[in-house]
Design a protein around this ligand. Sequence first.
Ligand code: HEC
Ligand code: HEC
Ligand code: HEC
Ligand code: HEC
Ligand code: HEC
Ligand code: HEC
Ligand code: HEC
Ligand code: HEC
Ligand code: HEC
Ligand code: HEC
Length: 324
Amino acid sequence: MANLRRSVWALAVMAAVVNLANIQEAMAMSPPDTAYDPEDGFPPAGVYVGSETCTECHDGYVEQLKQDKHGQTADTRTPMAADGCESCHGPGEKHLANVMEDKTGGVISFEGANTASRELENRMCLACHQGGALIHWQSGTHAAEGLACTGCHHMHRPSPVLDRATQAESCLSCHSYIRADIYRSSTHPIREGNVICTDCHNAHGSAGPASLEQLSINENCYLCHAEKRGPFLWEHYPVSEDCTLCHRVHGSNHGALLTKMPPLLCQQCHQDVRTQGRQHVSRFYDFDFSDTRRRSRFVLGEGCMNCHSQVHGSNHPSGAALMR
Ligand code: HEC
Ligand code: HEC
Ligand code: HEC
Ligand code: HEC
Ligand code: HEC
Ligand code: HEC
Ligand code: HEC
Ligand code: HEC
Ligand code: HEC
Ligand code: HEC
């Protein structure tokens, strides 16, 4: 960030110097003039020199592209079928002039010392990638956090996020607290690669909560746990409201991804049922070990689900208490 600010500042100073007319001197200053100011209009102005010119000096960069969708010249929508290298790197004339004078820059760079602003980088990609999977990009969290497309995607080498085996690792490089979750004792099989981040999330943002592919958390769960959708004759209200009232989706140290151990889990909401003289075990610890009639199943380690086994809802005619 500091670097970026410094170069923006430097560019501002250069612009002022250019205004003062001595263009030759300004060009000789470092850092070199790399950027196209997005304010100057889009796409960036300049003369396109063609990919053949670029590959004379940068032949290595064509290789990966040949295996990438972007390199398929038979597909007329691809950059290599359009303006070639310059579809992404911008018109190259200025860069050629610079290299001839033993300077770098003058081209849109995504890595290294002369990296362009993220806004400009992303605009180069968004020029072709609007809508579809990216329809919520502009309003998404990753855009708001200033992520570059190239934070996750590469063009001249494989992108780990597009490979099921390596995706989680790239996401976890930033989301370290999710990494902690998936190493708990009960988890979705994310480490095994059976379920990956983008089975549930859209990395480009979405209309749902937490950038989920679905419009609600429950819709997300029903995708793979359809039997929990019901409809049930006897519904358990928290289940149809929000599965995460009881489950921690990325991982938990309690069985079945539970937020708390039963009976504590259930007692959060059912502490005081059947207190009118009748015996029931849902009360909190009463520390009364002597009175066997009132003994707490909690103390004896007997869980609520020993009796209320249909915790997600029941279709049995007499299943009102979720016991069958
Ligand atoms: C005459 C040789 C030559 C040609 C032609 C050429 N480049 Fe370069 N390019 C260089 C050199 C030298 C560098 C600086 C050292 C390096 O990064 O390899 C460079 C750097 C770059 C960079 C990194 C940004 C920077 O300034 O360090 C990009 C991106 C780039 N070139 C793209 C292109 C594209 C796209 C074309 C075609 C429009 C092109 N180059 C044509 C020689 C050339
Ligand atoms: C000139 C248009 C164009 C530009 C510019 C462009 N792309 Fe693409 N991109 C395409 C096309 C066409 C495809 C293939 C789509 C398909 O097969 O459905 C594609 C595919 C992709 C894919 C899917 C790759 C895969 O293997 O499934 C990703 C990711 C991607 N582009 C990211 C980017 C990024 C990041 C940038 C900017 C650095 C960018 N694109 C710039 C046209 C473009
Ligand atoms: C946080 C990481 C991340 C960022 C940032 C990101 N992407 Fe992606 N992108 C992904 C992942 C992961 C996939 C694979 C999605 C899948 O398989 O469901 C993907 C897939 C794509 C695809 C293929 C979509 C399809 O339907 O096949 C395109 C195109 C694409 N991204 C373009 C972009 C562009 C353009 C940007 C910047 C505006 C960008 N991405 C930013 C992670 C990211
Ligand atoms: C689809 C967009 C796209 C196309 C087309 C493309 N590049 Fe790139 N280029 C990138 C991105 C993004 C990077 C950053 C590294 C990466 O993702 O692999 C990059 C990196 C580079 C670099 C390293 C310097 C830097 O800072 O960016 C050079 C040099 C380069 N490309 C040259 C070329 C040449 C030559 C061609 C044409 C044969 C070409 N590129 C075509 C997007 C593109
Ligand atoms: C370069 C760092 C970086 C990478 C890589 C990254 N993220 Fe993020 N992500 C962030 C930041 C920063 C936030 C916002 C703060 C937070 O929630 O931690 C965020 C937020 C999120 C959110 C919450 C979104 C919301 O709307 O509340 C999800 C979900 C997410 N990322 C998923 C992913 C996935 C999936 C991947 C891999 C494809 C990924 N991230 C890769 C930085 C990153
Ligand atoms: C089985 C579906 C599923 C998978 C797989 C999944 N998530 Fe999530 N994620 C969710 C749900 C549901 C939420 C929202 C509820 C919550 O916050 O617990 C969420 C929330 C998040 C959040 C924002 C909330 C927070 O805790 O800060 C981030 C960041 C996130 N996920 C990242 C990831 C990453 C990275 C991966 C892959 C390693 C991943 N998720 C895999 C379902 C999933
Ligand atoms: C992409 C598919 C998918 C989605 C979406 C999904 N799950 Fe799962 N879930 C799985 C798989 C696969 C398993 C592991 C099944 C197994 O090991 O037999 C699992 C297991 C579980 C388990 C049992 C874990 C254990 O240790 O016994 C719970 C609880 C669970 N999921 C809850 C949820 C909740 C809550 C959501 C929504 C936030 C959700 N799941 C969304 C695929 C998914
Ligand atoms: C009131 C708390 C609660 C809510 C809300 C809840 N669950 Fe559960 N869930 C449990 C408990 C307790 C277990 C463990 C059951 C056992 O050990 O017998 C469990 C187990 C599971 C399991 C693994 C065992 C099985 O039955 O397949 C899955 C999958 C699951 N829940 C999915 C969901 C989904 C999806 C939702 C939302 C639609 C949800 N749960 C909402 C309490 C809840
Ligand atoms: C987030 C709060 C919440 C949690 C946690 C919760 N419940 Fe419930 N439960 C409710 C609500 C609300 C009702 C509906 C109450 C009503 O109809 O008066 C209900 C109803 C029930 C009923 C049927 C009661 C009746 O009146 O017929 C049983 C049995 C039950 N819950 C057992 C459990 C068990 C066992 C657990 C732990 C696995 C649990 N609940 C966790 C909120 C919760
Ligand atoms: C030994 C079996 C057993 C255990 C263990 C048990 N219950 Fe019950 N529970 C019952 C019976 C029997 C009923 C009455 C069913 C009926 O009226 O049809 C009941 C009723 C309920 C009701 C409905 C209340 C009402 O007023 O009708 C709730 C809520 C409840 N139990 C919650 C819990 C919770 C929470 C736990 C764990 C702390 C728990 N139960 C443990 C047997 C048990």
